[in-house]
Design a protein around this ligand. Sequence first.
Ligand code: IMP
Length: 192
Amino acid sequence: MKRGEESRVILFATQNMHKVEELRAVLGSCGYSVEPVDTPKVEIQSSSLETIAAYAAIIAYNHLGKPVVVEDAGLFIDALKGFPGPYSSYVYRTIGVQGILRLLEGVSERTAYFKSVIAYAGPWGVELFTGIVRGRIAEEARGSQGFGFDPIFVPEGSSKTFAEMSIEEKNLYSHRARAASKLCEWLTERTL
Ligand code: IMP
């Protein structure tokens, strides 16, 4: 590794390789590579994705001793008053995609949004970058790509679910790509 190259590597504390690939595609375009790192996962109870991501990033930074990114995301369904929101991971593991479809049976108002918060902790403290994509919950699960609730989320401007899209296409809309573009801008400003 040449001098200076190390600072162009963003460490990402996650075990979700889908998230790593999505971030790689965006950060690659501003000259950064993304490497997953294993850190003890500490997720505090909070109704705010910002608070969850910020705490997790600070703890991961203290553990690693190197700047590190943590990302926390959630699906907010309007007809369910924002549920599952910050509890998306638990809800995905318990009732899953089919459970959400059952909760929305006979419901015509199917609007929802995904929100992503990227927290980047380092000697500067912690910087937060957020991204939102609005869309709707499909009537049935479609597609086999991606992860989580991708098979039932149709972003505004498309008729496909995220699970019917390649990473490049999902990134044209996704909450995570929007948050990652803001991180790109911040990184670029700091290295000018
Ligand atoms: P996490 O805690 O940030 O991993 O995300 C919580 C849950 O939200 C995950 O288990 C997924 O079910 C869901 N989720 C977050 N981002 C996405 C996405 O981009 N597509 C589909 N589901 C997502």
